[in-house]
Each structure stands twice: as C-alpha cells, then as structure tokens.
Design a protein around this ligand. Structure first.
Ligand code: HPA
Length: 271
C-alpha cells in the first residue's frame, strides 16, 4: 500500500505554514486522548483523510491533531485503528507510515492494558521495554517497501533503551511511580482467559493488550525511535478475581490521565 501525504501536507501548509514539520508522533490509547484536546492547532477527522479508516471504539475520537507542545511540533492520533475492528493489518499501521513520511523521528505509543504482573495495580503507568507479538499477524508481510525499511528488520532494541531510561528519569523527577515491563499483544476483542494469562506470565509478559505491537514493528522497521507507555487499567483475567469490563478500563485510564499527560509533556520537552 503506497503512502500518500499530499492531502495532509497541503492542509498543514494552509493552516500551520510551511515550517510545520512534526518531529514527534503520539498515538493516544483508550481514555488517554485528552492531550489532543488540550493542545490542538489543527484537527483533521480520519474520515476526511485519504486511505485512513474511521475509528469505531468508544473512548476513541478518530482524528489527527497537530500542535506545538513544549516547543516541539507534534502529530497526535486521537484514537487508533485496531485489528479486532476488522481493519486489515496494513490499515492499522498506515498512519505510522504517514507520520514517518511527514517527518516524525520519535514515536510515543500509548495504550490501555491489563496487568499480568501481579505487582501492578489499576491506573499504574508502565514503560514498555520489549514486546511479544501474539496477534497472529505481522504488518510487514507482503512486498517490502525498500524506501521505508529493510526486508528483515532487527527487533532487538525496538523500544530504545535510551528513551526507556529518559522516561524513567523524568517520571522519578516528577514523582510519578512508573512500572516497566514487557507488553504482549493479542488480537482481541475478547479479553484473555485465565489460562492465556498464565501462559503470558510464564513467557515473560507483564502487561497484555490489543494494540501497539503492529505500530511498533512498522515504526522500528522505518527507523523511528519508539517510546511505549501502557496504562494498566485492570488486573488481567485470573490475576485478581474481578471480571473485566471496558467501562472499568476507561475508568482506570481516567484516574491515570493527568499523570499520563504530565509525563508525556515532559518527555516531549526533553526529547
Ligand atoms: N486484556 C487485553 N486488553 C486490555 C486489557 C486486558 O486485560 N485491559 C485493557 N486492554
């Protein structure tokens, strides 16, 4: 799927001027989209953008937002595309390729996740140090676009260790408790079974969710620097004896959202 940014570039030029080249991209996960309400110089609904799908999950707005935050030019996805919505995996990652073409160097991927690590509590924030792809699909399958990345990309430092350290340093400076760990992605939309969560734990996962990994694979392939932050919204199935609901996930994200915003804004400043 070729990537065409002519429409977005002319919108940016008309509204924000020639010099607006976004260097930071942010994908805002469920319940974490407020940053794009607070900072918004230009918003374009996904429905208007050629080759974008329209997002459908509640808690997701579905627009691309451009803003300057702490002196950095930023492009935000307020709502993302999920594989479980029925979009092809190519459509899920298309916006990441668009960000790359628009000039983004550093990508901050955020999500709502279930806590697999029993030490985690709802509304904890976790910096992602690595991931496990259990989605059953890889977005790089197909003809390789050599202009963006190589056929067999190395994944040993997908989440830049320097940026993990920077995130930890900033959190500690701000007095924000920050967990760290491995994010495992399943396709969803059903939550996992307790047996699946026991497996996730046994193979080294600390958190589980239904997004982020396809985007991280493509961003890593395209040589972007990646920071991943999960908001732990619930204990994953069987970790505690509470049943899971999307409402509880959104509630926990709401509790965490101010801390999340402060952390992300400071990261942007320090990049
Ligand atoms: N599992 C998968 N995805 C999630 C969860 C979970 O427990 N919580 C929030 N997103």
């Amino acid at each position: 799927m070729s990537v065409n940014v002519d429409f977005l570039q002319s919108k940016i030029k008309n509204s924000l001027g020639e010099n607006f080249v976004p260097e930071v991209g942010i994908v805002l996960g469920s319940g974490l989209g407020e940053l794009a309400d607070e900072y918004c110089d230009l918003a374009i609904p996904y429905t208007e953008i050629p080759d974008f799908e329209s997002s459908t999950v509640s808690g997701h707005k579905g627009r691309l937002v451009f803003a300057t935050i702490n002196g950095k030019k930023v492009i935000m996805m307020q709502g993302r595309f999920h594989y479980y919505e029925g979009h092809s995996i190519q459509k899920v990652v298309y916006p990441i390729k668009v960000m790359k073409k628009l000039g983004v160097k550093t990508l901050i991927l955020t999500n709502a996740a279930g806590g697999v690590n029993p030490a985690f509590n709802p509304s904890d924030l976790m910096v992602i140090t690595d991931h496990i792809n259990f989605m059953g699909v890889n977005p790089l399958i197909g003809v390789n676009d050599e202009s963006m990345g190589e056929r067999f990309p190395d994944m040993s430092e997908t989440y830049s260790p320097e940026l993990v350290d920077l995130t930890k340093k900033i959190a500690s400076k701000l007095g924000i408790d920050l967990q760290e760990g491995v994010y495992l992605a399943m396709s969803g939309p059903s939550y996992e079974t307790p047996a699946e969560i026991r497996m996730a734990r046994a193979i080294g996962a600390d958190a589980v969710g239904m997004s982020t990994v396809p985007e991280a694979i493509v961003a890593n392939w395209a040589k972007m620097n990646i920071i991943g932050i999960s908001c732990i919204c619930n204990s994953a199935a069987g970790v505690s004896n509470v049943s899971l609901s999307h409402e509880d996930v959104i509630h926990a994200a709401n509790v965490a959202k101010d801390r999340f915003k402060i952390l992300v804004k400071e990261i942007i400043k320090e990049l």
